[in-house]
Ligand binder design. Structure first.
Ligand SMILES: [Zn+2]
Length: 486
């Protein structure tokens, strides 16, 4: 298939043929028809396009699982925008609203317009160029319209490194090519490049619903929610009136109201917005520096490229955090695409270990493959040094009672654990599993595990490979704990 077109798009194309025949010279029309035949052959709907993966909610360990310090006093409740809880789903997960949108539609429509520009060019040359790019070779000697068509015609998943480079070099002021690049980089797992492409496409075509939508997907985690709100508004008025998109916009409006008047700063890609009730600027700068350092560390530990940007919000209380994220009540910090923390006036604010824990999630979710929750949480707990007395006490319980949570139950969100006790055990066992890997595989074990998950291996396979065992289960984990920590 050379170029995916929608049926309505193909119909528009046919009416274009009639117009062209009426007004154009025979030679131009014939060239156009050649291009059209090459382009619409399959008459298929645009392929399903991978949408930017939505980061699963990652929640910090419950206070008693990590910190040995006494829990700080809970601040008094404060009034919130009355509608804030309307957007929370019953299971406590945050709204994930990107489900049925394909930027491919926009790209295909733009491609139809391009075909007109091609009417005086040879479509054979473009076909040859597409084939060359698909095979990973460069295509030279094309005019800009030919190059654009050749690049638009490739499936996102079939882009070689050189074709992706060509696409980036050709995109220039063309929103369709930036949208295509967005799809391509998502398919290649390049979050930062996808983010950049989505932002450029929107800047070039701010009134088009598709670029507005992909921009909002990225910008909703920016320090200022206004641009994302405006983009979702464009989508709702010019695109589809999807209820989920309306809810997402309303949730961002709650966030805007909560952080009205907050100061913000940016250093080395880390942006911080904070409530003056709990922090001054020098503290905010300190926080930005610790997040930067933790990001560098996390990138090294996991063998992943350091994410170029991260937003950090410091809320004056738990209620505000709940209002913008809808997480369960024991959470004191969240990474949901942005790092959201509760500050405490006077105290070390927010807790340094919590910051490191959540920053590890932020780095790994942006730069790494999808990973089981136990690996994420266990690594974050170990990375943040949260294996103090409460965690060690749970390890002793596991040894004494010979109990463990089945590994498969730790693959999905820990939000499913009802009480603080169950969640605490899940975090403690996950941390033990990561320690076990590092104990057996050395310092590089974590990065090797991330790479193996990236190649599609499952948790059992990765554990077995790193531990050098044929089979691993909870019993073997408890034996290791007993030998290490009797
Ligand atoms: Zn966590």
């Amino acid at each position: 298939m050379l170029l995916p077109l929608t049926r309505p798009a193909a119909a528009r194309l046919l009416s274009g043929v009639r117009r062209a025949l009426a007004v154009a010279l025979f030679a131009a029309a014939a060239g156009w028809l050649l291009a059209r035949r090459a382009a619409v052959e399959p008459q298929a709907a645009p392929p399903a396009v991978p949408i930017a993966p939505q980061p699963a909610i990652a929640v910090s360990s419950p206070p008693d699982a990590g910190s040995e310090a006494p829990a700080p006093p809970v601040p008094a409740a404060r009034p919130l925008p009355p509608t804030s809880d309307r957007f929370c789903l019953s299971d406590g997960a945050s709204e994930s609203y990107v489900v049925h949108f394909t930027p491919g539609r926009f790209v295909a429509e733009q491609a139809n317009r391009r075909l007109r520009a091609l009417s005086e060019a040879s479509s054979l040359r473009v076909r040859w160029a597409s084939a060359a790019m698909r095979a990973g070779r460069g295509a030279i000697g094309l005019n800009p319209a030919q190059r654009a068509i050749a690049l638009l015609a490739l499936e996102p998943a079939s882009y070689s490194d050189s074709a992706a480079r060509d696409l980036r070099a050709s995109a220039d002021t063309d929103p369709a090519l930036w949208m295509k690049l967005f799809q391509v980089e998502i398919a290649r797992g390049r979050e930062a490049e996808a983010d950049d492409a989505a932002r450029r496409a929107y800047r070039l075509a701010p009134d088009e619903p598709a670029p507005a939508f992909v921009f909002a997907q990225r910008a909703r985690f920016d320090v200022s929610p206004e641009p994302a709100i405006a983009a979702l508004d464009t989508y709702l008025t010019r695109g589809e009136k999807l209820p989920a998109v309306s809810r997402a916009k309303a949730l961002l409006e709650v966030q805007r109201d909560i952080q009205a008047g907050w100061p913000s700063l940016e250093q080395h890609g880390v942006s911080v917005a904070w409530s003056r009730e709990v922090m001054d600027e020098s503290r905010a700068r300190q926080l930005a520096r610790s997040v930067e350092a933790a990001l560098d560390d996390a990138a090294r530990t996991t063998g992943t490229p350091r994410r170029p940007r991260l937003s950090v919000f410091v809320y004056p209380g738990h209620e505000e955090l709940l209002a913008v994220t809808c997480v369960r009540s024991w959470s004191e910090a969240v990474y949901d695409g942005a790092l959201r923390l509760v500050g405490r006036a006077g105290a070390e604010s927010p807790d340094a270990r919590t910051v490191r824990h959540e920053t590890l999630h932020a780095q790994l979710r942006a730069a790494g493959p999808a990973l089981p929750t136990w690996f994420h949480e266990g690594l974050a707990t170990v990375f943040a040094g949260e294996t103090g007395r409460p965690v060690r006490a749970r390890w002793s319980d596991m040894v004494r009672n010979r109990t463990w949570i089945p590994f498969a139950s730790l693959d999905d969100s820990f939000q499913a654990f009802d009480g603080r006790d169950d969640a605490g055990l899940a975090y403690a066992q996950s941390a033990a599993m990561v320690r076990w890997m590092v104990d057996a595989g050395g310092d590089g074990a974590v990065a090797r595990a991330v790479a193996m998950f990236g190649r599609g291996m499952n948790a059992e396979q990765v554990l077995a490979a790193v531990l050098g065992r044929g089979r691993v289960d909870g019993g073997a984990l408890v034996e290791w704990l007993a030998a290490r920590n009797p």
